[in-house]
Design a protein. Structure first.
Length: 494
């Protein structure tokens, strides 16, 4: 339809057509607005529909820009104390889906290229859905299923729309801008935060925040912002672009990377810091421009990150110590912290990260012992969260979520997915050609190792609200694989 209109109006290029359309639309809208202010409704809705049909990537970009927002959300609280949130980014995700469907309907040649991860993820989706038949609380399970479905849609849309070098670069730029917004939000939230919760019904609230979009919490308190996972992913994808340059540009990327570590320090998320440090070190080793002076470059980053933590976020040191069971005097945390370290380390609000994780996971293993058949088929989607009194939102472990949700069958599916992930990573590394696209693809490989291989061992799962970041990481890996593969196929043909 779009091409038909362009041809009929004889506009040779898209820019001229869009400019003329917007000018005419603005004129007509102004005339109608003279008669009634209600004309604002179609004035807003018509261009949105127009853009929806033409440009699904616009709404995907808006999804990227809002995915980190965790407290502006529709929240459901259940009698057992469990919680499910639907963040604001889902609005743009579904606009992207509608746009893509309309585009496919209008242009029959619009297709999505398959990826190596499609088959395992589809099987996982079907088996996980099947577990709703025996989940201990179907209402909670359906909410987790809704979020799980949104995650699957995210993977589908990113791999469908990010399908060439230009769209891959644009996606990285957009997600980097989103991360920059997170960094600003985190810094501002140290000094100012305003919260508004509107009760819609019993157990249902709509949360708004004036500025704060991440948790403001004293060092030591649990419940770190899951958006730290997005920061880790962007560090891995963004940093190798800086490795391509020398001098001022290289230093600019270096400072941007350190600012991301500063945000992680303010968030006080230990697993994110560990995964980011290991990831950046691995990235330096794998990238050809930094491997030659690996020790120098690695020390440059590690020492600089250490200085950021010590001088800018010293309270994070207390939290790291607490993670290994330290319960004595807080050395770096301000005295305004409203709880002692000993109290934090012995409460369900906690605390000592390692001990708390074991406390959470024991609920699942105890359920297995009391119900041996669940070892084979799992507790069901959301079942672990429902039976455990120590967690209200997630499993706090990606691999264990496969086990607790789907039993040993889930572990088999995890190994199948892992095989396909490793295959994709190897194929990307084989096609490294020094191009910007290859560098982004390498970053996506390392982000899988850092986020899913390290950070997600003690955080997240498959179906909770925070699991969206895991699916973003998988989506970027699959999209990078296809883009790099297509580039090499095209070069071979030519």
């Amino acid at each position: 339809m779009y091409e038909f209109i362009k041809i009929r109006l004889r506009f040779s290029d898209e820019k001229t057509f869009l400019e003329t359309f917007l000018l005419l639309y603005a004129f007509v809208s102004a005339v109608f607005f003279l008669f009634t202010p209600y004309a604002l409704i179609p004035v807003i809705l018509i261009p949105v529909l127009f853009l929806t049909i033409l440009k699904p990537e616009i709404f995907l970009a808006l999804t990227f820009l809002t995915v980190y927002i965790q407290h502006t959300a529709l929240k459901f609280m259940f009698a057992a104390g469990d919680i499910m949130e639907y963040p604001v980014y889902l609005i743009f995700l579904f606009l992207t889906l509608i746009s893509w469907v309309l585009k496919k309907a209008i242009n029959k040649e619009t297709k999505r290229q398959t990826t190596p991860l499609d088959a395992p993820l589809l099987i996982i989706f079907l088996v996980e859905t099947l577990t709703l038949l025996w989940t201990p609380n179907l209402e909670l399970g359906l909410h987790f299923f809704a979020m799980f479905t949104c995650n699957a849609i995210t993977f589908y849309l990113i791999t469908a729309i990010v399908n060439d070098e230009k769209s891959l670069r644009n996606a990285v730029i957009t997600i980097a801008v989103s991360t920059f917004i997170i960094i600003i939000s985190v810094v501002v939230s140290k000094y100012y935060a305003k919260r508004i919760d509107m009760t819609l019904a019993k157990g249902i609230t709509l949360g708004f925040f004036g500025i704060e979009q991440v948790d403001k919490r004293p060092m030591g308190l649990a419940g770190g912002p899951p958006s730290s996972e997005l920061i880790v992913m962007v560090i891995m994808v963004f940093a190798p672009i800086g490795f391509r340059y020398k001098g001022f540009k290289h230093n600019l990327f270096f400072i941007a990377t350190l600012s991301a570590f500063y945000a992680i320090g303010i968030m006080a998320v230990r697993s994110a810091l560990a995964s980011a440090v290991i990831g950046i070190t691995l990235l330096i080793y794998l990238h050809p421009n930094t491997r030659k002076k690996f020790i120098f470059n690695a020390l440059k980053y590690i020492v600089s990150i250490g200085l950021v933590v010590v001088f800018l976020t010293p309270g994070f040191i207390d939290r790291i110590l607490m993670g290994f069971g330290y319960t004595e005097k807080l050395w770096f945390t301000p005295t305004k912290t409203p709880a002692s370290t000993e109290f934090l380390s012995s409460s369900t609000q906690g605390v000592a990260g390692v001990n708390t994780r074991w406390l959470i996971w024991k609920s699942g293993f105890k359920h297995f012992m009391e119900n041996p058949y669940t070892v084979l088929i799992g507790i069901g989607m959301s079942g672990f969260v429902y039976i455990s009194k120590y967690t209200a939102t997630e499993t706090h472990g990606l691999v264990l979520s496969f086990l607790f949700d789907m039993g040993l069958a889930g572990i088999v599916l995890f190994l199948y997915l892992l095989w396909k992930i490793v295959y994709s990573m190897k194929e990307i590394y084989k096609r490294m050609d020094g191009s910007l696209t290859a560098d982004i693809a390498l970053g996506s490989v390392v982000s899988v190792i850092a986020v899913l291989g390290i950070n997600e061992t003690v955080w997240g799962d498959l179906t909770s609200v925070s699991s969206r970041y895991s699916w973003f990481v998988l989506s970027f890996l699959a999209a990078s694989y296809n883009v790099l593969k297509n580039k090499h196929v095209a070069q071979t043909v030519n």
